[in-house]
Design a protein around this ligand. Structure first.
Ligand SMILES: *Cc1c(COP(=O)(O)O)cnc(C)c1O
Length: 458
């Protein structure tokens, strides 16, 4: 069989872009556990979620049987501005590593927000607009989600209120200004604007904040403001659904050239890019049509898959959100302040958690100095300056390619390059100055936050 000549960058014709998102849950035998009402411990009903989330997004969230959701025309129009995103054969990296492996990466950093988050931001803003809302609230950690949502909201003329984890607000002033340029208001969290913010500040004066805490503030603000709902950039099923465009495009392109990946690798914070990248491949695996090795990569300083517990937990520090069954480090786990590489969330998508628990995917954790070494290596060879988050996947893709060299195996590796790192130069500076350190939580530290898991006999 003659292999078609594979170009350096694979772009698809417009008509090969997906017209529908794919919902992996439809093909899962063991469905992800339902969200629970923290008061009654009963599964959350749509009407209970309605004060917090947009109606159409709630439907997507709760639906674990519909395999395909049509992508509305308006969203496809927006996607056309930056999609299909390039799928790149890393010829230079392969050569440098002298590996027989073939390495491909799907690059999501080609839009102004600089990451895959725009794929879901535009969908969520669209449904909020369609419902006639005035605006949305959200949290942002490193700032990519807030930036993506600000862009999406300005496109649909919606108000956008962002609670930004205080440490990032201070360390990433340029991210903040990008959001403000797109018309969003940005508040450092914890803030005095919300009850939960005031409570957290009273209990932990001087705290630099956390994602879990910013989520609580954004949810409170949405539920107390007429015409507002809360939107979230990762973790939720609806976000994985929207992010399936990453995997669907990748699979269409690879199929076109007769390429089948053996190993698929993605970084995992809340699980949305990885869930999106793997979705059509995992679908085949779940239906018994094909097999793939799938690897989630997480930071050693926030190791939810590899050292967390599969249990019901709160999605936020303020304990106002529903309970989700997921791999978690406990909802008030806060990674060490010198952890610069993103992926700081204490929990993980319940869909990916279930797949991991069922042995359908693997997970590894990596230390941040190794991640930055891989980022620098990649930047010098492939040209793209990666986001630290993305570099987690790069690190493991390189490790796998080196193994292929040692074992003389001609495997095909696909990894997700989720974004660019231009706003992470403070972290790069630390790395370049040789002052970056690795911080791995002790078993005792993890045990302390896990001891506070809510008791749920389900
Ligand atoms: C947010 C983000 C991630 C991690 O989030 P997931 O939901 O796990 O995908 C990874 N890379 C980049 C560039 C991000 O902005």
């Amino acid at each position: 069989m003659s292999e078609k000549k594979i170009p350096y960058k694979i772009y698809l014709e417009e008509n090969e872009m997906p017209k529908a998102w794919y919902n992996m849950r439809a093909d899962m035998k063991n469905k992800p556990a339902p969200l629970l009402n923290p008061g009654t411990l009963e599964p959350m009903k749509a009407e209970e979620l309605a004060p917090v989330f947009c109606d159409e997004l709630i439907k997507q969230e709760l639906d674990d049987t519909t395999a395909y959701f049509e992508i509305p025309e308006e969203i496809r129009e927006f996607y056309k501005m930056y999609r299909p995103s390039p799928l790149v054969r890393a010829y230079c990296l392969e050569k440098k590593l002298q590996t027989p492996a073939k390495i491909y990466y799907k690059f999501e950093g080609n839009n102004t927000s600089g990451s895959h988050k725009l794929n879901s931001a535009i969908a969520q803003a669209y449904y909020a607009k369609k419902q006639g809302l005035k605006g949305v609230t959200t949290e942002t950690g490193a700032g990519q989600w807030g930036t993506a949502l600000s862009m999406a909201c300005s496109y649909f003329d919606l108000d956008c209120k962002v609670y930004m984890v205080k440490v990032s607000y201070e360390q990433k002033p340029f991210r903040r200004e990008v959001m403000r340029t797109y018309g969003a208001s940005v508040t450092p969290s914890p803030s005095m604007e919300t009850e939960i913010g005031r409570k957290i500040l009273a209990e932990h004066p001087g705290t630099t904040g956390s994602l879990g805490c910013a989520i609580s503030e954004a949810v409170e603000k949405a539920t107390k403001s007429e015409g507002y709902r809360y939107v979230l950039g990762s973790v939720l099923n609806q976000v994985l659904l929207h992010q399936s465009v990453i995997g669907l495009e990748s699979k269409t392109a690879l199929d076109k050239y007769g390429v089948k990946p053996d190993v698929i690798i993605g970084c995992a914070g809340g699980g949305s890019n990885l869930g999106g990248l793997i979705s059509p491949f995992m679908g085949e695996k779940l239906r018994g049509e094909a097999d793939y090795r799938i690897i989630a990569v997480e930071p050693a300083s926030c190791p939810s898959f590899t050292r967390g517990k599969f249990a019901y937990d709160f999605c936020d520090t303020g304990m106002v959100c529903p309970l989700a069954k997921m791999y978690t480090l406990g909802c008030d786990f806060i990674p060490s302040a010198n952890h610069a590489g993103g992926l700081r969330y204490h929990g993980m998508s319940s869909t990916l958690s279930q797949l991991y628990d069922d042995g359908l995917m693997e997970a590894v954790s990596v230390q941040q100095t190794d991640v930055f070494k891989a980022a620098e290596y990649f930047a010098r060879i492939e040209g793209i300056l990666p986001a630290p988050e993305s570099a987690h996947a790069i690190k493991v893709a390189i490790d796998e390619a080196v193994k292929c060299r040692e074992n003389n195996e001609e495997k095909t590796i696909l990894f997700g390059l989720t974004g660019t790192g231009y706003f992470d130069m403070v972290a790069y500076e630390k790395f370049n100055d040789g002052v970056m350190s690795d911080n791995i939580p002790t078993d005792e530290e993890i045990a302390v936050s896990l001891a506070k898991l809510p008791r749920v006999d389900k």
